[in-house]
Design a protein around this ligand. Structure first.
Ligand SMILES: Nc1ncnc2c1ncn2[C@@H]1O[C@H](COP(=O)(O)OP(=O)(O)OP(=O)(O)O)[C@@H](O)[C@H]1O
Length: 261
């Protein structure tokens, strides 16, 4: 059984349709990334999954007892408020020293235990947020542009920790990322969103989809070159994945469902 399934979810906010007919599921242990332009509904979709935004139509099914760890895009902490990393991990619920130490070690932040939150670098801060999300021992870890503002080595290092977390915890990971080159390498599945699901599937399938190219062009740091190199044979890319496009290799026959809302 899947961890979470969205069935024809629609969301209207402030009288405007933000998500339309969104369906997909997340299964145990997989890394799924959502890509899409600004304002395409990525954060809203994550908020639907964690239950913070109720869908106006369709439904969300969560596995019974599902535990979700959430790493937000940003978290503002008043810089004048003295707060150590250790104390931060006990908010809002007190956790044992042992649990705090294990979570910090897991994310490579063990040495930050006694540091002030306000003094952390961007990369250190994100690792502490990740450690905090792990305290729930999640089945599903959700990251909303968690590497925004980190430099390339910093974000590569962060994704290494995500990979390690997935292995150690056996959890699924759902993330929003604008770093397409990283996404293409690190994800089992990519969902391309633009108010609706334009296309989804294995990274190389999505990278070659006309809907994806229409949104992101072909300059995705080698993702397409990789596709051409490894997948130059003829195949039916939609055999095993849900693509809502006709994925033949003859562009004239492509059916476009990726119209912008
Ligand atoms: N509470 C709200 N009330 C009205 N409109 C909202 C609300 N929250 C989000 N929206 C609108 O919904 C659309 C999708 O927003 P969302 O934050 O989900 O997009 P996103 O893909 O995560 O964008 P970005 O890449 O810029 O973070 C935007 O047009 C946004 O203005």
């Amino acid at each position: 059984m899947s961890l979470v399934a969205l069935n024809h979810v629609g969301v209207t906010l402030g009288g405007r349709s933000v998500l339309t007919d969104v369906s997909f599921e997340i299964n145990t242990g997989e890394i799924v990334t959502i890509v899409g332009p600004n304002g395409s509904g990525k954060s809203t979709m994550l908020r639907v999954i964690i239950g913070a935004v109720p869908p106006n139509s369709g439904s969300v099914t969560r596995k019974a007892g599902l535990k979700i760890g959430y790493v937000p895009q940003k978290l503002h902490i008043d810089p004048t408020l003295p707060m150590t990393v250790r104390r931060f991990l006990s908010l809002p619920r007190r956790v044992s020293d042992n649990a705090a130490d294990m979570a910090l070690t897991e994310t490579g932040a063990g040495h930050l235990h006694d540091r002030q939150m306000a003094d952390l670098s961007g990369g250190q801060f994100q690792r502490v947020l990740l450690a905090r999300a792990l305290l729930a021992k999640p089945d599903l870890l959700i990251l909303d542009e968690a590497t925004q503002g980190l430099d390339q080595p910093g974000s590569a290092d962060f994704y290494d920790h995500i990979d390690r977390v997935r292995r150690d915890f056996g959890c699924a990971v759902l993330m929003v990322s604008h770093e397409l080159h990283v996404v293409m390498a690190a994800s089992d599945r990519v969902i391309c969103l633009n108010g609706h699901v334009c296309c989804q599937g294995e990274p190389e399938h999505v990278a070659s989809a006309p809907e994806y190219r229409a949104l992101f062009g072909t300059g995705t740091h080698g993702a397409l070159a990789l596709y051409r190199h490894e997948h130059s044979h003829t195949h039916d890319a939609c055999d095993d994945e849900v693509c809502d496009h006709d994925h033949t290799h003859a562009p004239a026959h492509h059916t476009h469902h990726g119209d912008r809302p």
